[in-house]
Design a protein around this ligand. Structure first.
Ligand code: SF4
Length: 249
């Protein structure tokens, strides 16, 4: 059953200082979270959606306090200068956090490039942080009317279009990606979604295979099909975009 839409409260729309950032975890070194660069990835605690395939369900609840103090993160990043190029803010959903803008600003002033992973849930906060971002990886999970079934949240597709339009208009480098699972996104829907993204002007699209790692839905874990999507569907999708990739695990 779908829950209420994940709408940001008025208090969450107010910017907070960086030390208020709620961090659920951190990966000290990643070669995969930002294309072509070595990154430290900071995982923001909290996401209003409940996707059945989520592989970070421990980051969904918005905790009362941060698991890692911001000052400790800054200390760590100072020591990583020269070893990493980029700091990526991921989640959860990083745009849920009213301290995100200030945190990004502080990290950028240290000389790091900034990456953002978002599921396109909070258009207003995304618009605020986009001028500070060097690259954004954004999820488009399914056709817009199908979002509530996938996220378990009513009206959850409503935020997607404004976020895509903002990202494309900003000129920020990006990757648009869709995680596919045969039980959640059939081949017809995947191709239709590809055509819609092409019409919107998306130029760089990745479809990535569902990963059972972390997913708590055993039915999904058992229902994967290695031959999905078919070679002909991938070929058709590739014809829609100047840059297209199929990411299998
Ligand atoms: S939007 Fe991302 S973090 Fe939130 S529940 Fe869905 S998969 Fe998990």
């Amino acid at each position: 059953m779908s829950r209420k839409a994940g709408v940001m409260s008025s208090s969450e729309q107010t910017r907070l200082p960086a030390h208020a950032l709620k961090v659920g975890g951190m990966t000290a070194f990643s070669a995969t979270d930002f294309p072509g660069k070595f990154a430290t990835t900071i995982f923001i605690q909290g996401c209003p959606w409940r996707c059945s395939y989520c592989h970070n369900p421990h980051l969904q609840e918005r905790a009362a306090a941060s698991a890692i103090h911001w000052e400790d993160i800054l200390l760590f990043l100072r020591r990583r200068r020269g070893f990493i190029d980029v700091v990526v803010f991921s989640g959860g959903e990083p745009c849920i956090d009213p301290a995100l803008y200030a945190a990004i600003q502080e990290v950028k002033e240290m000389g790091f490039a900034i990456g953002l992973h978002t599921a396109c849930i909070y258009p207003r906060q995304l618009q605020q942080v986009l001028p500070l971002i060097d690259w954004v990886g954004f999820d488009v999970k399914t056709r817009l009317p199908d979002y509530p079934a996938l996220t378990s949240i009513n009206k959850s597709g409503a935020s997607i279009l404004p976020c895509i339009e903002q990202i494309l208009a900003s000129g920020v480098d990006y990757e648009c990606r869709t995680t596919f699972h045969p039980s959640l996104l059939d081949e017809t829907a995947l191709l239709e979604l590809g055509r819609q993204l092409c019409d919107l002007g998306v130029k760089n699209y990745v479809v990535q295979q569902f990963r059972p790692i972390g997913c708590q839905d055993q039915a999904l874990n058992l229902a994967t099909q290695p031959s999905y999507p078919s070679a002909s569907s991938l070929k058709e999708l590739a014809s829609y975009f100047p840059r297209f990739a199929f990411r299998a695990h």
